[in-house]
Design a protein around this ligand. Sequence first.
Ligand code: SAM
Length: 294
Amino acid sequence: MTLATTPDPVLRDLDEPRESDVPDDPDGDDAVRRPAEATESSRASRHWWDRNADEYQDEHGAFLGDDRFTWCPEGLDEADARLLGDPAGLRGLAVLELGAGAAQCSRWLAARGARPVALDISFRQLQHSRRIDLQRDTPPVTVVQADAAVLPFADGSFDLACSAYGAVPFSADTAAMMREVHRVLRPGGRWVFSVTHPIRWAFPDEPGVEGLTATSSYFDRTPYVEQDEQGRATYVEHHRTLGDRVRELVGAGFRLLDLVEPEWPDGHDQEWGGWSPLRGRLIPGTAIFVSERG
Ligand SMILES: C[S@@+](CC[C@H](N)C(=O)[O-])C[C@H]1O[C@@H](n2cnc3c(N)ncnc32)[C@H](O)[C@@H]1O
């Protein structure tokens, strides 16, 4: 990744990363379905995203845009979908973005007058947020490195919370995460998040025809785990059915306002991993939960 040299204390490490920023690749990458509790999942996510942030931003940065708020590989933009409400009403709102990556969504929110805080478990992802701010010469997005399972904020700190594929799919105890988001939101505040559509867990994560035949049970909640030679998790994703997600939200005190399943738009031919036009026209790839704090 080409970066300008700069005295910025955070960005400097993008050119010469410290070992602690970008850990070495683990030995072996065995993919299995097995239990993975919260600590193991969080540690795997932090290290995986620190190791892979540069490649992720290289590969997807153009699609994500520096200040675009897109919910999913189908390309549904908040500017059109308005799942957070009328964009004109965002001005002045305190917004928490969970699993923000390089904070592209937060930058879109800031441009509409909101006051976003971009939270991510990966320091390297947040360094990319700073890189984008410096390259654009715009005020830096406020970033916080933390695990979304334990939010470092006082009760009722935010008017709105959102997440585009951040944190939720990677966390072992999303019921607890929903309660955390509920705690830091003010009454009436929206919580909108996108995840891989749960039905995709029944299919191989492949963009071609091999990704169209169900090979696993939709009801099997066993996490997907990549592990090293010692059996330590290096990457973890957790599955919930649609019903599980609704129960977790309602159990935490949210009202479900909508469940959006974006259709694959005509003319959109850009693949993203297992998300492709072929599959997108047949089965949903993304589920977006739109809820409101009771
Ligand atoms: C697929 S990326 C999405 C990032 C961004 N929303 C985007 O659309 O590019 C998932 C992000 O979630 C973050 N993440 C994973 N587990 C997390 C956790 N437990 N707490 C906070 N962030 C987490 C990762 O570091 C990564 O930046």
